[in-house]
Design a protein around this ligand. Sequence first.
Ligand SMILES: [Zn+2]
Length: 130
Amino acid sequence: MAMFDNLKNVAKVLQESGKIELYKQILEIQQKLLEMQNEINKLNKRCTEYQEKLKTNNDIEHRANAYWLRSNKDGPFCTRCYDKNKELIRMKNDQNFYYDCPECKNSYRGPGYREPEVNKNWDSWDSYRG
Ligand SMILES: [Zn+2]
């Protein structure tokens, strides 16, 4: 960065001309600026993260026991993980349309879930008995 190069040049001139007290002050200023620059970088990173979270928060909708993104219809995401940590964890479905969260092991019956065949058989037995 040009500002740091300029300070370095000033420090060098002061050191060479024997103005040690001013030279030390320039070094301290340089150190403080470096710390401030690091802090700005950290805050910028956090700001970007918050903007992303806000964008997600405005885009998310609760539907069929899960969260989905309106913009690209992506989902389903775990409601527990998002409510607790603001993390979008994609739920995986097994062959019976049962959705599981790989992170917290939360699960729910997704759209398309059908009762197992065993129960249907019991229903048919009831109708058979009249
Ligand atoms: Zn989860």
